[in-house]
Design a protein around this ligand. Sequence first.
Ligand code: GCO
Length: 502
Amino acid sequence: MNMETQFPLNRRDFMARTAAVTAALAAGSALPARGKPVAETSRAPEALAFPKGFWWGTATAAYQIEGGANADGRKPSIWDTFSRQAGATKDGLTGDVACDHYHRFEDDVKLMADLGVKHYRFSISWSRLIPDGRGALNPKGVDFYRRLAEALRAHGITPHATLYHWDLPQALQDRYAGWQSREVTKDYADYAAAAARSLGDVITHWITMNEISCFAFWNGYNLGKPGHHAPGIELKTRKERAQTVHHALVAHGLGCQALRASSPGRCHVATAENFTSFVPIVETEEHLAAARRAFVAEEPNACILLPLLTGAYNQSWLEGQGDQAPEVVEGDLETIGQPLDALGFNCYSGIYVRAADNRRGYELIPMFDNFPKGNMPWLNIVPESIYWGVRMVGEAAGQARLPVFISENGCADGAAANARHEVADVDRIMYLRAYLRSVQRLVAEGHPMVGYFPWSLMDNFEWAEGYTKRFGLVRVDYATQERIPKLSYHWYRHVIQANRVV
Ligand code: GCO
């Protein structure tokens, strides 16, 4: 593109240019991905800047990328079992091979180094480290994560390891019904301690859980019908669900203690939660007050985020449960409310709220099918959700100075590779840029926003969606395992280099 052109373009010039780019793409010519980003015409670059040392990262999860399902002593997780059930995933596909990252991690680390990220969030497969979920460690499993962490560190990338990204060892599901049993809390704590003891010299940043809301509340279990994620259990009562969630919360708290007690040096402990962000429909005091009320009152914030941050279930939520409330053993709430070094916010979408003259004082604005989406039915594009989500954690959950990082943010793309193997995923760039401005607004206003990890480094096994949804900055050709950095990868590289939204 000729940079000497006068902006703004008139409509005819603009159309001509768009047509030229479209034609170039169709013909497979090179994308204008490299080079120095130019200053924005409308705002001074420093207005969109991030502080020095801001964590630019990216994220993945074990079952979604590793493959090597039976390699070197790994035993099945609940996802290995669930994905084999008829109709459980699109096209009946599993994570058996996925991105074959288990055998290709060195190349994948190089992709990250070229991208310029200094932080990487991945997860440890519990049944690779401890194949039966409890008992003996698998030395080859330890060795894999050690080699991964060392490769990252050799490139100046800090590893952030999630201990639980939904892949419970099947042995524990069989033994005592997994998260439905309190027994899992002890096994999880032992696993956390073993991970810190065996890997704590090369991994210092830990994330206890990924999205308790998803695996224990929304997806893995369901009221009155089977869950559409592993273990796919149908629960009969709200109490059973509250109890399952409670076990995950207690496990998180015990995990925090175990990590700190067993790490060879000081470690950094966070959790990653996709709490619901409530966005005031207009930024006025009345709508903001409405959003704050919704933030603490609505499930699952009331019964997951609040206890995680404050060591107490929302009181009115608890009263509303009556005999369906979870059984809480003495000391549990203190365990759950362990102080965190940071909170990871997995943010994809949000819910608009307005003030209302009703008992609750707010009303949720219903979304509709043709609201703009990120190529997933649930992924309504609400960029302000990052800003308000983080503000509400500070204001409503009483954790004003708790550092927060965006542990996931992204969308699926609709772009195909062209004849030259390029993927012009402008939909993802549009999405990420809009959300990143919301992150930058937090920074600019002095909120403790410390990092950004777009989901995901590369296309991967998208759970029940199989391989049909592509969330990666890098395209994976599953037939050949070729990695093709998409246009969004190059865009993100510019962001990191310039340390600002471009
Ligand atoms: C989640 C998980 C990821 C998903 C991603 C896209 O938040 O659901 O952490 O594993 O792949 O969110 O759906």
